[in-house]
Design a protein around this ligand. Structure first.
Ligand code: ZN
Length: 134
């Protein structure tokens, strides 16, 4: 379309003309959008930035707390002496644990006494059984 026909007088004008050469009618059409236009307000921008800042602040705070807890935990674990079972295989660890339990049980005075009495009783029963005529 390289020409514009005037709506008022019917003269054919150049397409580049902004108004009719004869009657002066404007060819520039002002289109008005219907419906609510999206409004840009500085208040909305400020509110959005504030909310974003709050979320960013919370995120940074939580991240800092997590990092602090992690580093504290790493320091705490690193400061502890190695447990006696460090570097042992599973079988060695089980043997170590069972030996520890056996030592603890053996060191219990009540249990040692009980074991002694049980052995004496067994011995006495054996003697009685062996001495009886078959
Ligand atoms: Zn015209």
């Amino acid at each position: 379309m390289n020409s514009t026909k005037c709506r008022k007088c019917g003269l054919t004008n150049f397409a580049t003309d902004l108004e009719c050469a004869r009657c002066g009618t404007s060819f520039v059409q002002i289109t008005v959008k219907s419906g609510p236009r999206p409004k840009f307000s500085i208040a909305a921008l400020i509110i959005f930035l504030s909310v974003a800042a709050v979320f960013y602040y919370i995120f940074i705070g939580v991240q800092g707390s997590v990092d602090k807890v992690n580093s504290t935990e790493a320091n705490r674990v690193g400061a502890q002496p190695l447990p006696p079972d460090a570097g042992r295989s599973r079988a060695e660890y089980d043997r170590y644990r069972s030996q520890t339990v056996a030592n603890a049980v053996g060191a219990a005075p009540g249990l040692a006494e009980h074991t002694n009495r049980t052995q004496q009783t067994d011995k006495a029963i054996d003697q009685m059984t062996n001495s009886q005529p078959q």
